[in-house]
Ligand binder design. Sequence first.
Ligand SMILES: *Cc1c(COP(=O)(O)O)cnc(C)c1O
Length: 371
Amino acid sequence: MKLEDIMSRLAEVARSVPIHYRDGILGSMTTPPHPLAKAAFDMFQGLNVNDEELYRPLRELEEEAIKELGSYLGGSRCTGYITSGGSESNLAALYLAREHGFNNVYYTAAAHHSITKAAYLLRMRPVEVKMKEYRMDPASLRSLCKANGPGVVVVTVGTTSVGTIDPVEEVSDVAAECDSIVHVDAALGGLVAPFVYPNRKLGFQNGPVMSATLDPHKLGLAPLPAGGLIVRDEHWFKPLDFKAEYYPAGHQVGLFGTRSGGPVAATWAIVKYMGRDGYAAQAHELMERTRYLLNEVKGLGLETPVDPEVPVVCIEHAGDDYLMRSLAKEGVYVYKCGLVPGIRVVVMPHVTKALLDKFVSLLREVLSQQR
Ligand SMILES: *Cc1c(COP(=O)(O)O)cnc(C)c1O
């Protein structure tokens, strides 16, 4: 193909799909990456972090970034690796739990689907725990783990469908009673909750918490794909260090093979640049916009299943499919909540008040046409 034909086809595809800087992407947990993160990504994207002999300094950047992210969740000696996203982090976390002898996976219906997917792939036993107001019910966990035995309890800090936070402390206490461990899925909420609720112990402050998921490619402002698996210490991480004879170092880290240095360098750069204060400021701003949206939505006579604790707003509506498709025709793209009938807005950094206003007025229009 000629270069100009290739470029014009690419331009045509870019015109035909929604793009953050041009359209109203309101339902996705993606956002445009920070320019610094993109620059760092470009510098190292062609290098393989898994060759530790040649690229040990990249692995050091990775460990520094993981330590910083882990510190937000109360960890001090954390290690881990930059994954392709929350799904891989959750898979790797459950794999670690299994290798350390835990076969049951306690989870709720509000857990991300990658949890049951991982349990299925790893042939672990999923045990569904009841919820109270869309949060894990510690009493239900207690009776289930007494009946079924120890396992890994998956709590979510910022549920994908309704934006709630499981009671990590109470669940950890019950897990300790049952000789179980806890994995914290804070893929989205990990860069909000620690700053907005500084008095809650949402992570490694609780003894049974052995691992956490926190995605730099969501609120971290890193380019896709960049997920984070954070584990308590070197000992817990060991099963993810695999023998690989042909590598000069003789081993390799993580579930998969070649790992690009792009996401690693990008995550390190943006985490060091934003730091605790930068992410805290972003978190407060996003929660402020979230409350604004909640108010507007209630003004339309609509309801949310709960008041969200992270910037995820589920707007209840039986005709969610119709609403989603009607809004999309006008260039505003929401998702469905999933857990309950309704449409979901994630207030990501690019979701400004102006965009929220546009959404609310379109929603009002679509609803009036439907009635
Ligand atoms: C987004 C998300 C995931 C999955 O992350 P991917 O990067 O899409 O694989 C897992 N858990 C939670 C709570 C999430 O919000």
